[in-house]
Design a binder for this molecule. Structure first.
Ligand SMILES: [Fe+2]
Ligand SMILES: [Fe+2]
Length: 191
């Protein structure tokens, strides 16, 4: 069971590294926009479309399931661990709002550059703070707090490649999509 536990948590950590890289790429492109030049909008929209889709389809649901099991089985959750599910809902809202705003910019709806950059800043700050909180408190709490029987209860889902949340196909698709974006835009996901 140690293997399954390790795989799930190391997948989550790798997804964070990839997401972090995508946020940096978004910020690099939006810095171009902030300088009054034209960013690679195709790349910006590929990243935003990915962020609208995959985290809410396979990263957050995995964390939500594990969080519920942890909350049920642990008497004392770490003080720094906030309600993940509520934060995931907020992340989804922020991502949609940022995406809509970018669409307005492209539609020349007269969104001020300053407003766009402020939205970007609050969007990426919330995302980063959320992931840092998970890395500091949630993943270690999973490693130390979930019991073998908790992982046993998930084993069927984790070992089923087609499980939409825990399956290896969903995890692989996450990586494939990130790598596709990185390849077309010629940047390294990990360096
Ligand atoms: Fe999360
Ligand atoms: Fe996460």
């Amino acid at each position: 069971m140690v293997g399954i536990q390790h795989d799930v948590i190391s997948d989550l950590r790798r997804e964070h590294r990839y997401l972090t890289r995508l946020f940096s790429v978004l910020e690099e492109q939006m810095a171009v926009f902030n300088n009054g030049e034209t960013p690679d909008y195709d790349l910006v929209f590929q990243v935003v479309e990915f962020l609208l889709d995959f985290p809410s389809r396979c990263h957050h649901p995995k964390e939500d399931v594990l969080y519920r099991i942890l909350a049920d089985s642990t008497a004392n959750l770490p003080a720094g661990l906030t309600n993940l599910s509520l934060e995931h809902e907020e992340l989804d809202k922020l991502t949609s709002r940022f995406s809509d705003m970018l669409a307005s910019v492209l539609g020349e709806a007269g969104v001020a550059r300053e407003t766009v950059m402020k939205e970007l800043e609050s969007f990426t700050r919330y995302q980063r703070r959320h992931m840092q909180m998970e890395e500091a408190f949630f993943f270690p709490a999973l490693e130390s707090g979930l019991k073998p029987e908790d992982w046993d209860a998930l084993a069927e889902r984790i070992t089923n490649p087609d499980d939409p949340v825990f399956g290896s196909t969903a995890a692989k698709n996450f990586i494939i999509q990130c790598e596709r974006i990185a390849r077309t835009a010629d940047f390294e996901l990990e360096n």
